[in-house]
Design a protein around this ligand. Sequence first.
Ligand code: HEC
Length: 238
Amino acid sequence: MRAGWMLMMGCLLGSGLATAQEAHLSAPRIDTHNKTVLQRGARLFHNYCLSCHSAHFARYQRMGEDLGIPTEQLKANLMFTTNKPGDTMQVALRPQDAAAWFGKPPPDLTLTARYRGKAWLYNYLKGFYQDDKRPFGVNNAVFPDVAMPHVLVNLEGLKRRVPADGKGQERYEQISPGLLDAAAYDRAVRDLVAYMSYLAEPAGLKRPRLGVWVLIFLGAMLILAILLKKEVWKDVPH
Ligand code: HEC
């Protein structure tokens, strides 16, 4: 009994902590239902992430159909480890090499958006900053001492952390430019997070559409039921 209570309190405390941790994350609007956004996200994800990470539970073909990408384009622009659209998204890197290079194997990313959350992912991908003490010369604001290099550095450029002082709160300062300015990088990260949310829950793309049909169906059934009731009760004297 006591163990049960402790478990419950632990869970409550745990979820409290999670919210407290999330509290300082900025939560942008991420459009997970716009196919153009998802296609842009796919392009980034397949070019910059699948070299180290897999997305084992996602298949190219299903993704192409959901996002409206023709098979030829899928093969030419988004498939680098296989030419069979029915395959799942495997990684190019061998796990033993990854472990040797990074100290940890890069985890599968199919479900990451679900267990980390969109806000966390967004802040993670924008959280890399220069740190010469780390093996790849960067650290991360939401994942301290992360083993992943800043793989989008050519897009974002590099920033350095300026600690809080008399003049203000902790902030970041751009020290070398990337191909994208701040607003364009922000959009690229939102596109990536949208695509990763799609990967984590492909049915989410179709559900709102299905919901509308269900409501139309229920509405039609209601009208039929009212008409039927009128018909049946017509001859009954009130
Ligand atoms: C050069 C290899 C490499 C590339 C490319 C790469 N990553 Fe990583 N990533 C890693 C490694 C290694 C880790 C494990 C970090 C750790 O646990 O310290 C990781 C961890 C992560 C995590 C944290 C997962 C978790 O829940 O702990 C996320 C999210 C992530 N990567 C997203 C991405 C995205 C998005 C891209 C593409 C823009 C990408 N990665 C490209 C190597 C890579």
